[in-house]
Design a protein around this ligand. Structure first.
Ligand SMILES: [Zn+2]
Length: 162
């Protein structure tokens, strides 16, 4: 394998660091429709650093998938902590529970539905929490590499393990 850019997987772009700051509701609304979230960009960069090659934002079984490996049929979806109901970070304005809760319940139902549709069509689905991408956890990269049939992801030209 030729030049792997090992540094790409360890450096966090400035935009990603911003995601650690508390978000206002309008910022959240803006982010939910975003294709290239900071978490997704950071994950892509880490995967690329491991020599993995993929397609972006493809429709698979009419589901919008963030990162697609067409050969091994692996679909990676990066789930935002807020909208997908992360057990650690999903906290909602209590005053509007009747507004948020049904929405979030429906999101979770949709996630489960989409996962099973993809699996029925022969895809391996890897769902990744946004918080595991800021910064990108090596276990996440390894999980995706394994799903793609690469058991031990290499870590750049010096062969260093993270
Ligand atoms: Zn989270």
């Amino acid at each position: 394998m030729s030049e792997l850019k090992s540094r790409a997987s360890t450096r966090i772009p400035k935009r990603v660091q911003d995601a650690r700051e508390p978000l206002t509701r309008s910022e959240i609304m803006r982010r939910v429709k975003q294709k290239n979230s900071g978490a997704e960009v950071a994950l892509r960069s880490a995967l690329h650093g491991e020599g993995l090659r993929f397609r972006l934002h493809r429709r698979v079984e009419s589901i919008a998938v963030d990162i697609v490996f067409p050969g091994p049929k692996v679909a990676v979806l990066v789930d935002g902590c807020f909208w997908h109901g992360c057990p650690t970070h999903a906290t909602y304005p209590k005053s509007n529970a009747s507004y948020w809760l049904p929405k979030l319940k429906e999101n979770k139902r949709r996630d489960a539905r989409q996962t099973s549709l993809l699996e029925q069509a022969g895809w391996t689905v890897v769902r990744v929490w946004e918080h595991d991408c800021i910064p990108v956890k090596q276990t996440v990269v390894a999980r995706i590499a394994r799903a793609c049939g690469k058991s031990t992801p290499c870590n750049g030209e010096n062969g260093k393990r993270l």
